[in-house]
Ligand binder design. Structure first.
Ligand code: F0G
Length: 451
């Protein structure tokens, strides 16, 4: 590893170790907290490791026209800011990143805000933001000579890991909570050849078990406790800043599950500011599902200083997590950027998802908490009309087609969950209609839905 360029710094006690000294579970031997990748050279103004902002902006743009595979990756295009490999030739890439930033004109109009965008990370090779983290951490696993990699997952991490492992010729082990992940994601793990174990426990139980396993066997842990995952997942911050010509938007809204993504994006923007590439950070808000909201509770009871795990329940299965590993890092990001942490209920999630679908984009349920959260923030007066807001959509709409079909059929929510939201739901539902195979019958159906 290129230990002269990066170190691992404990988020809790500040202890520093080299990358090769990390324990298999990536916990600090001193205090048990998580590590963050740190680049000491960047802090020294005259240091030869400190990148030059103007040259970097030019180089990253130039790479978009390059014919090199590595330059086609929206992660490795920014490789000067993630010097974690001995050789970039070891990078395993599926051309992740470089995802679209779409405007959301209908939602913006409904909310009375001028500028609303969606950074759609579901447009990655395996359909979720996890690809950006996986290309980074799996490349480290390959460089270190591991033959097996593993993760516990609510579905997307396992899909991404299985794909990147297959590309690299490594074996992969997936632990998932039985019956609690979307079929699309489970099918991906199988398709890419992972050994998939369905366990009679929840995500938190799967992660606990895997932590024991990696202590006993030479298997490389690819959950987001692995700090290299966050190095890849910070790069959408660079893409967002670049898309706004290095004037960062006012507010970024991110779904919260295990809370690594919000931590990574905060790190990305913080590093851009420290290196002089941008002048300030956006406000970063984290939105959780009401039934899986330990960080929201933490802010309510201790301003993010302590967190009690909860037993998690939500149909947004990707974020059905009660004991998020990266909660301290995420709490710091929300606090440092002046963001908010709030939760939304099952009806609010389903409505927001249908609205994102009606914009022609679509996303999976966990991603839709961002729009649901923005509506609440706007109603509270915490988002001004002239503010530029970016929602981070984390997964593709095809990841959880059952959820979408159930919503449009009217079988998703229980009556007590949809109470008070019936009119909004009715306006959005577009159930498939059975019609006779004649032009007249089809045209009558069209007429029936017009207006
Ligand atoms: N959105 C989607 C679609 C996800 O898959 C996840 C997490 C999140 C949001 C939350 O991100 O955990 O960094 O706060 N999915 C993980 C998985 C846990 O196993 O795929 P986070």
């Amino acid at each position: 590893m290129n230990d002269n360029l990066h170190q691992l710094r404990c988020f809790g006690c500040g202890a520093r170790i080299s990358g090769s000294e990390a324990q298999p579970d990536f916990r600090c031997a001193e205090c048990g907290d998580l590590f963050e990748v740190d680049y000491p050279g960047w802090g020294q103004r005259q240091g030869h490791n400190r990148p030059n902002p103007g040259a970097l902006k030019w180089l990253w743009r130039e790479r978009r026209c390059s014919s090199e595979a590595l330059d086609h990756s929206g992660v490795w295009r920014f490789r000067e800011l993630l010097p974690i490999l001995d050789s970039f030739g070891n990078a395993v890439t599926l051309r992740e990143g470089n995802t679209p930033l779409y405007s959301l004109p209908r939602a913006a109009k409904a909310l009375g805000i001028d500028q609303l965008f969606a950074k759609h990370q579901g447009m990655n090779p395996t359909g979720s933001f996890k690809d950006t983290g996986m290309t980074a951490a799996l490349s480290v696993a390959r460089e270190r000579g591991f033959e097996w990699v593993a993760c516990a997952s609510t579905g997307n991490t396992s899909a991404a890991m299985a794909a990147y492992a297959a590309r690299a010729g490594l074996r992969s082990l997936v632990l998932i909570p039985e019956g609690k992940i979307a079929w699309g994601k489970l099918s991906q793990a199988m398709d890419y050849g992972a050994v998939t174990c369905q366990l009679k426990t929840d995500f938190d139980g799967c992660l606990r078990l895997l932590t024991q396993i990696v202590r006993e066997a030479p298997i490389y842990l690819l959950n987001s406790v692995n700090p290299y995952r966050l190095e890849g997942q910070k790069t959408p911050a660079f893409e967002i800043a670049e898309a706004f010509d290095w004037n960062v938007p006012g507010h970024l809204i991110v779904p919260g599950g295990n809370l690594a993504n919000s931590s990574a994006l905060g790190k990305g923007f913080r590093e851009l500011r420290e290196l002089g590439l941008v002048a300030r950070m956006p406000r970063i808000s984290v939105i959780q599902a009401e039934g899986a909201n330990p960080l929201v509770r933490s802010f309510a009871t201790s301003h993010g200083a302590a967190m009690e795990p909860v037993e998690a329940h939500t149909r947004a299965t990707a974020i059905r997590i009660g004991n998020p590993a990266s909660w301290r890092k995420a709490a710091r990001v929300v606090q440092d950027t002046g963001g908010w942490c709030l939760d939304v209920n099952e009806a609010e999630i389903a409505i927001a998802k249908a609205e994102i679908g009606a914009e022609g984009l679509g996303c999976e349920p966990a991603s839709a908490v961002t729009l649901a959260g923005l509506k609440k923030l706007r109603a509270r007066g915490d988002v001004a009309a002239e503010e530029t807001v970016v929602l981070l959509l984390t997964g593709h709409t095809l990841k959880d087609a059952d959820y979408t079909i159930d919503f449009h059929r009217g079988t998703l929510l229980r009556d007590e969950e949809s109470a008070g939201f019936e009119a909004q739901i009715d306006r959005l539902r577009r159930n498939a209609i059975s019609v006779e195979a004649t032009p007249a019958a089809v045209l009558a159906a069209v007429k029936g839905t017009a207006g």
